[in-house]
Design a protein around this ligand. Sequence first.
Ligand SMILES: [Fe+2]
Length: 201
Amino acid sequence: MKITPKDQIKPKGLKGISDQQLEYHFETHYKGYVNKINEIWDKQQTTDRSKANQNFSDFRELKVEESFNWMGAVLHELYFENIKDGQGTQRGTKLNQMIEESFGSFEKWKEDFKACGVALRGWAILVYDLSSNRLMNNGLDAHNSYGFLNAIPLLVLDVYEHAYYTDYGPKRASYIDAFFENINWNVVNGRLVTTLKSASP
Ligand SMILES: [Fe+2]
C-alpha cells in the first residue's frame, strides 16, 4: 500500500493562522508522515514475521511506528480539511442537537474542547462514539496515545507546537481561539451525516 499527499486540502488565507505557519506545517510535518508511512509499509513487505518479539524485533518496531505515522498522516488530513475554506459556514441542526445532548450546550462543549487542547500534548478531537451514540471530546498526547477506539473523528485540532509557534510562540490558547474562527462546519456536518448513515442499523 502507498499513499500520496492530499495537496488539495492545503489551507490558506485563514484568520489568525498565517500562510507561512500553514506552509511549514503542511509541507514539512504532514508530508513527513506520508513519506514515513510509505517507507514503513514498504519494509513490512519483507520483514521476517517468524522473528516477531514483544521485547524487541523489527516487526514490533514497524507496527509501533506504523500506528504513529499512519495516525499522523490521517489526523493531519482531517485537521487541514476541517479548517480549509471554513469562514462563514454554520453548524447544522443535527450537529447542534447532538452537541447539546452530549455536552449541555455549545459553549460547554467549546470550553471542554479548548481545555482538551490546552491539557493534552498533541490533539483535541470531537468524536462520535459508536458504543454510546453520543459525542465526546478525546484528547491525545500523540497520534497513537489515548485515542478512543470505536469512535469517529468529526473535528480535529492539532495542538503540537509546530502547529502554532510561528504565529503565537508559547500562546497555545490564542491559537486555539483562532482555530475556532476557521472551522469549516460544512465538513464537520458532512462527517456527522456520513457517520450516522453508517452507524444506523
Ligand atoms: Fe501537526
